[in-house]
Design a protein around this ligand. Sequence first.
Ligand code: AMP
Length: 215
Amino acid sequence: MRVIFLGPPGVGKGTQADAIAKHFQVIKIATGDLLREGVAKRTALGLKAKSFMDAGGLVPDDVVIGLIEEKLSLPESESGFLLDGFPRTVAQADKLTDILSQKSQSLNKVIYFVLSEIEIVRRLSGRRSCPKCQAVFHVESIPPKELNVCDFCLSDLVQRNDDMPETIQSRLSVYKEQTAPLIEYYRGKKILSELDGSGDVSDVRERLLLALSGP
Ligand code: AMP
């Protein structure tokens, strides 16, 4: 299985990605998580990426493509992968096609998560994230067992800088300008499946399992 989760920020891709990757026994590669790890560890890559991320913009293509090349060269990627948050530009998508074709591989499916903008903004502004294990919660719909504490590693939860109200609108504009063209890009390749991202986590998971089990 070689799959991409595509869609605007806040649509639920990250919330579903771990369980789906586990279910199909493939690795999850989330460029946002990798970049945040770099920021937290203050690596050269993290320092380069931070200002773009905080402003709600995209990190330059060469930086994220480097990350993806590294991950896709690992033996764990040979049996399949789930990409969450990559590609986000047509240049990234073209590069991904090249990397895969060099290994005589291709993508099976691109799942395009669809959700109203009102619900996206509600989900992003209520999101709370674990800076250590990257688990994601929501103040109303996925509250942690203990207020502001991660269920999995007990770290204090934070509101990401890019989930602040003023940055949410920039991220949505960047998505519309730079990432949304990938919908038609992959529809043209006949591998795009639209997925209704509304409802609770288990509703969406059921729809996803169905979408990914089919041809
Ligand atoms: P995410 O966790 O996927 O919402 O990503 C958080 C931030 O990381 C984004 O707003 C971008 O600044 C950056 N980022 C993640 N993936 C990419 C990508 N494929 N291309 C460029 N920037 C990215």
